[in-house]
Design a binder for this molecule. Structure first.
Ligand SMILES: NC(=O)c1ccc[n+]([C@@H]2O[C@H](COP(=O)([O-])OP(=O)(O)OC[C@H]3O[C@@H](n4cnc5c(N)ncnc54)[C@H](O)[C@@H]3O)[C@@H](O)[C@H]2O)c1
Length: 391
């Protein structure tokens, strides 16, 4: 096979920029030439560590590449993506696609702000991105790794080959608190845990209902309405901090539940929280008319280990966010693989190089944003049902 060479650039130099780089190194369908990185902070060190160039501006980086990885704080996804699309580049956008990031005031408080106004602004941002994509030769490749996680792709195969009707999906993403400093503020993250973590299982659920509709009737089944609750448990005056759960959030929710009704009146219930100990808790369960599947993304039982003394495992990475390595644990033999990181990046380079179809595209990402911001409106009304806009 004559492999095409694709020139790549990274924007952002934090946590996600690191796992994107690792995934690029595993791409086998194309030759990827990483030209360099541009970041507001940390670009020089990131570049040095990986022997790539550190660019002084986004524009200079974009001029040198075919594909750009947008691994910035969520509030910068729209400007970075639009700049790339205007230059006809492919842009791999980390989750969430975009959102509402405050009114520009330094001390913006998302908790008190009208969620109807937040939704209006977030949907306008989605529209601007979709318009820029429609005018571009490039595309938005939405980096929702759950879509590419092997267990979710296996479920896709089951749905497609058996013509299953999904009646209810339930799922969760949770752990003991995100590391990023900016995560604590609505103005950088576009919301709290409902968007930051809930977007993962929600998008997987939206994706599987699309797969179902396309397999049976050639047309995706999309979200119709949502009911939601959000809470800020670690900001309760009576929360007792014992040092295990991050608790310095400024104005965001740390517990959420979204109940989605689809066009065919079937359901998805999505939990997300920052209060769960014992490592990442990422799972999705599908209740269909002809089968039931449990997709355990993290933890899973690919490996189980018993360690009688913490010190034994001091040099051993076990699994993300695990609090202790003593006793029983589920070490992940290849955590990135179970999570879908290398698979999504491989797929995106195949799209950029050979025009292969995209599973996780801007339309799926737009449905995720529309559902989540309607969910914030619902939560503001203590759980009233709210319609989801369809683009
Ligand atoms: N898919 C996943 O599993 C996953 C995991 C973590 C984070 N994320 C997503 O990745 C994105 C980044 O999160 P992170 O954890 O890497 O954050 P981080 O704080 O570790 O890094 C953010 C980087 O973006 C840079 N940056 C911010 N604004 C910028 C701008 N306008 N131009 C250039 N650089 C800019 C910062 O300087 C920093 O280098 C977020 O959207 C987050 O939701 C996804």
């Amino acid at each position: 096979m004559n492999k095409k060479t694709v020139r790549a650039g990274i924007v952002g130099a934090g946590f996600s920029a690191s796992f994107h780089f690792e995934a690029i190194r595993k791409v086998y369908g194309t030759n990827v030439e990483v030209k360099g990185v541009y970041a507001l902070e940390g670009g020089e060190a990131y570049a040095k560590q990986r022997d790539i160039a550190a660019y002084g501006s986004l524009e200079a980086l974009l001029d040198d590449v075919d594909v750009v990885h947008c691994c910035t704080t969520a509030s910068a996804h729209e400007p970075v993506a639009i700049a790339a699309l205007q230059r006809d580049k492919f842009v791999i956008v980390e989750k969430p696609l975009t959102g509402f990031f405050g009114d520009g005031s330094e001390d913006f408080n998302g908790e008190a702000f009208s969620k109807t106004a937040a939704r209006k602004s977030a949907l306008a941002s989605v529209e601007r991105m979709l318009k820029a994509e429609a005018r571009s030769k490039g595309r938005i490749l939405y980096a929702e790794n759950w879509v590419y996680a092997p267990s979710i792709q296996k479920e896709r195969e089951i749905i497609e080959k058996t013509g299953a009707q999904i009646l209810w999906i339930h799922g969760e993403e949770a752990h003991s608190g995100s590391h990023a400093r900016t995560y604590a503020y609505w103005k950088y993250s576009g919301g709290g845990v409902m968007i930051g973590k809930g977007c993962h299982p929600l998008t997987a659920a939206l994706y599987l209902k699309r797969v179902e509709g396309k397999a049976r009737d050639g047309k995706p089944i999309r979200p119709k309405s949502v009911t939601a609750r959000t809470h800020a448990l670690t900001r309760l005056p009576n929360f007792r901090d014992e040092g295990h759960i991050r608790c310095d959030y400024f104005d965001i929710d740390d517990f959420s539940v979204m109940h989605v009704v689809f066009e065919d009146d079937t359901l998805a219930t999505i939990f997300a929280s920052d209060i769960i100990l014992g490592g990442i808790h990422n799972w999705l369960e599908v209740a269909a008319n002809n089968h039931r599947s449990v997709c355990n993304i993290n933890p899973n039982t690919a490996m189980q280990a018993y360690n009688p003394a913490e010190a034994n495992f001091k040099d051993i990475y076990v699994v993300e966010k695990i609090g202790t390595k003593q006793g029983w644990s589920n070490p992940s033999p290849d955590e990135d693989w179970f999570t879908g990181y290398p698979q999504e990046i491989e797929a995106f380079y195949r799209t950029a190089a050979y025009g292969e179809p995209v599973e996780s595209d801007s339309s799926l990402a737009a449905d995720c944003i529309a559902t989540t911001y309607s969910a914030y409106v619902s939560a503001e009304r203590a759980g009233g049902e709210v319609e989801v806009k369809r683009f």
